[in-house]
Design a binder for this molecule. Structure first.
Ligand code: PGA
Length: 242
């Protein structure tokens, strides 16, 4: 079931997401599914502020990230390893050994997918944070990814590489072409999902996810089958579903 919340600013979108996250973090050993991209940064800022101000601890949290570029060194400023440390992990008290991110530098990416999936199989994700791509992707499950897919490698679409070029000096040629990503089947095992989207360039993908047919052409449409998804949108991202 998709519960839809429309908030009137990016800060409010982040606040609504934070409220759900905060409840889960109070659990004894929370398992947090985390995402990269610009959308979750506001949520992460609120988690950091709450940790610093109220002492909310992540000592017993386990984290699993959704995806990573293949071929970027992990200390590259645009690797998701670096992104997560800069935007969250270095500012809270989650132990490094509790953090899981696919290894984009693995000599055998296919073997890394199997390793990552089997690590995830030891846990149940309590809450998964998701963004959505303008092509309807969730994590790096691009159009055509199977609904029952497990962690796999995925060629990035031209659209995704164009969208992400802004992080690579605006140069699409610097954007990696391949990623390791949790599959749609992996993501669907999470107990609870928060999907956040802002801005007019997400309106079509949001429409496809919520109102469109369930089709692998819009990977996010699989969420229609999940029992506990909260979709948090600003007015622009919600423009086509009203
Ligand atoms: P964004 O990315 O938050 O940077 O828009 C979302 C996504 O591609 O999942």
């Amino acid at each position: 079931m998709l519960k839809i919340v429309i908030a009137d600013s990016y800060d409010q979108v982040s606040e609504e997401a934070f409220k759900i996250m905060r409840q889960v973090v109070e659990k004894e050993n929370p398992v947090l599914g985390l995402a990269t991209g610009s959308t979750p940064v506001g949520l992460y800022k609120k988690m950091i502020a709450d940790h610093k101000t109220n002492g909310t601890s992540y000592k017993n949290a386990i984290t699993f990230n959704l995806d990573e570029y293949v071929g970027l060194p992990r200390n590259h400023e645009q690797s998701y390893y670096t992104f997560m440390h800069d935007n969250l992990f270095n500012e809270i008290d989650v132990p490094e050994e509790n953090i899981h991110i696919p290894n984009g530098e693995a000599a055998d990416p296919e073997a890394e997918c199997v390793r990552y999936e089997s690590e995830m199989a030891k846990y149940v994700v309590d809450v998964q944070v998701l963004g959505i791509g303008s092509d309807g992707h969730i994590a790096f499950n691009e159009p055509g990814a199977a609904f029952d897919s497990l962690t796999h490698t995925m060629e990035l679409t031209e659209q995704t590489r164009k969208d992400n070029a802004r992080f690579f000096d605006g140069d699409i040629d610097q954007v990696p072409t391949l990623a390791i990503t949790q599959g749609l089947g992996t993501i669907m095992r999470a107990k609870k999902i928060i999907l956040i989207a802002t801005g007019a360039n997400k309106a079509d993908a949001v429409y496809g996810m919520i109102k469109g047919p369930k089709t692998t052409e819009c990977p996010a449409s699989i969420l229609q089958d999940h029992p506990d998804v909260t979709v948090i949108l600003d007015e622009e991202a919600a423009a086509k579903i009203k």
